[in-house]
Design a protein around this ligand. Structure first.
Ligand SMILES: C[S@@+](CC[C@H](N)C(=O)[O-])C[C@H]1O[C@@H](n2cnc3c(N)ncnc32)[C@H](O)[C@@H]1O
Length: 350
């Protein structure tokens, strides 16, 4: 994720109010959300259902009263006994992760929420995803002890809970969602909305043609080389959105956690092809990209060289880099130790 301040700085520098901003790998929607706050228009795409759901909710926030009504209705229709059979059929991870009542509520919401076609349901699903797992000492999370950022592997979690004799906390999902709703709506969401596509970015050329104007700025952070896999790291959230009850790899995106350099640069070349075809004349591209075992200068050179795949004249206007040791990545993916270099490049496209 890049911080809001990163998106804010570049949107302020490179666009005017009313301009269209694009993030083809929008993740949690930081760039489109920031664009809306700054009175720009925004579109984003992401193949990962968690990213899509959260970005859509953030940039298409319904009125709080609509959400409260929907929650009341859902709660009214919830029959705990109907979910007992399904609860018992889940792998043992789930029964140690969530108290029986919580898990029945989650199964019900998982089946009921139409997050891909309704903004109200997308927001309720996104609020559930935000509370699905985390520190069990905090009443904001539904699960037994887990990190809130990534879903640990089932085998590891079960071993940890058993070794520490941890039982899942009893939580009322509906009550927690109401609390989260009040918290999220303490400040008003943006008035405008963005369009988020649940698509591979390679589909953008067929979609963007139908928009009233072409994007003026692309600000994005593509998957990093051999760093982490959004699909594995978010497996429990993906399960809540209808996915498998175990971690999967390569089902959601073929571009996640690429470790082959040629394959990686082919992905970046595809990104440039897409940007070259969809962006306005005289557009700007700002990319934050991360890679291991490459010097910052080499990475900047590679990004600049790859921009030729846009098929348009490009100029590297600015770049800056930082080397960061990713402690969290190391802890959860022991094979991926090492210093990662992150580079920000601003490229102008005529
Ligand atoms: C580094 S993250 C972006 C993070 C984002 N800037 C944020 O602040 O949350 C890369 C994103 O690319 C998405 N992604 C991977 N393959 C994709 C594809 N083929 N098309 C669109 N998005 C893809 C991943 O799901 C992930 O959310």
């Amino acid at each position: 994720m890049f911080p809001e301040s990163f998106a804010e700085k570049w949107i302020e520098t490179l666009t005017e109010p009313g301009d269209l901003v694009l993030d083809p790998f929008c993740g949690r929607g930081t760039a489109p959300f920031q664009a809306l706050l700054m009175r720009r228009q925004a579109i984003g795409s992401d193949v990962n259902p968690v990213a899509y759901c959260v970005s859509r909710a953030k940039t298409n926030a319904p009125a709080a009263s609509q959400l409260r009504r929907r929650l009341t209705l859902l709660e009214k229709h919830f029959e705990p006994a109907e979910w007992e059979k399904q609860r018992k059929a889940l792998p043992s991870f789930f029964r140690l992760a969530f108290a029986p009542r919580t898990l029945r509520q989650l199964l019900f919401l998982r089946a009921e929420l139409r997050w891909s076609s309704s903004n109200v349901d997308a927001m309720i699903a996104a609020l559930t995803l935000g509370s699905l797992h985390g520190e069990m000492s905090s009443p904001s999370y539904l699960s037994n002890q887990m990190p809130r950022t990534i879903s640990t592997k089932p085998g590891y979690s079960v071993k940890y809970w058993k070794a520490h004799e941890l039982m899942p906390p009893t939580r009322d999902t509906f009550g927690l969602l109401r609390t989260q709703l009040a918290y999220r709506y303490a400040s008003d969401p943006p008035e405008d909305s963005a369009t988020i596509f649940h698509r591979d970015f390679r589909m953008l050329p067929t979609i963007v043609g139908s928009l009233p104007k072409p994007p003026r700025l692309a600000i994005t952070s593509p998957p990093y080389l051999d760093v982490t896999s959004a699909e594995e790291d978010q497996w429990l959230r993906l399960w809540f959105l209808g996915g498998a009850p175990e971690p999967t790899y390569g089902v959601v995106s073929r571009d996640d956690r690429i470790s082959d350099r040629n394959q990686y640069w082919a992905l970046i070349a595809d990104m440039w092809r897409v940007l070259g075809s969809v962006l306005d004349e005289n557009a700007d591209v700002v990319i934050r990209i991360g890679i291991k075992s490459m010097k910052p200068g080499e990475l900047v050179d590679a990004v600049e060289a790859s921009s030729a795949f846009s098929g348009r004249p490009t100029t590297l206007v600015h770049h800056e880099s930082s080397a960061i040791a990713r402690r969290q990545t190391n802890a959860f993916h022991p094979g991926t130790k090492g210093v990662m270099v992150e580079v920000d490049c601003h490229i102008h496209m005529a």
